[in-house]
Design a protein around this ligand. Sequence first.
Ligand code: SAH
Ligand code: AVI
Length: 323
Amino acid sequence: MLIPNARELLSERFALLDEEFAGAVIDGLSRPQKSLPCRFFYDACGSALFEEITRLPEYYPTRTETAILAANAAHMAEGIPDGGVLVEFGSGSSLKTEILLDELPHLGAYVSIDVSPSALADAKQRLAARFPGLDVRPTLGNFVRPVALPAEFALRHKTGFFPGSTIGNQTPVEAQRLLRNFRAMLSPGGRLIIGVDLKKDVRTLLLAYNDAAGVTAAFNLNLLARINREIGPAFDLDAFRHEAIYNSRDGRIEMYLVSRKVQDVTLLGRRFHFADGETIHTENSYKYSLRQFRDLARSADWLPQRVWTDSDQLFSVHELISA
Ligand code: SAH
Ligand code: AVI
């Protein structure tokens, strides 16, 4: 919930800033367990750091999902009719999308939805060169809410694509709501191809979120750097460190920024106190069993169809159709 006077705190100097970001930061830092929404990781710097994460040896999800897509793209593309629309949620670099697009020479249009303007622009430029005839519609938006699609697509067959296990960054309740929102956006009918990271040994998980080169740490700390850049210079980045733990009860990686000392941080005229070791919760990354995810999909009125995995059962890609 936004604190009551968060808007008033935005002085004229900040009037042109993204008020949603400032409001969410003030709100999150005002809670007993300080937190920041993970969608704010992705400014231009954060999107570039995420791409670096995807190339790390420890970060198995991207290369594993890419291999699953490459091996099964023709089957995944089967349900997409000529002239149909492919709608990607959290499209980022759209690199995985190219694997599907190679199988879809007669696709009507590709709508890429993301909160990161730089990711949308870079992807559009690359796709225009690689698929010259393709109608690409970059759409800046937050996919937890209904995002308006071009009116001419209202009655066209729409297939959603949601790779990366970005669904894992939502709590199960939020994930259910998100899947319902996607179902509404893809109606009438509708089909969804969705990547979901699987439960596995804790060591593999911890390494993936605590890489030796420190890229995930930089990605996490960029949230504070973004606050300094866009809202006002408040955080000493050296006074916080990255932490990622596995919460086995909830089946999720949790990322935190940990205060290295007792400190006060002043932002938009408000003072936030940090005890030594106090944390800001920045991300959850849920890991599902195949059964758990299929149950979640059913609870959101999707019918699970085929599922593709790698031989080590690290990652899964599910086909869902609208119930
Ligand atoms: N699909 C890509 C990128 C995954 S990273 C892949 O599989 O590699 C997650 C992406 O989702 C980022 O590009 C981020 O900017 C975007 N994102 C995160 N939260 C979002 C939200 N609430 N609405 C729209 N996009 C979001
Ligand atoms: C985008 N999302 C699924 C990534 C994940 O694995 O949860 C984001 C990420 N956070 C740290 N490393 C990667």
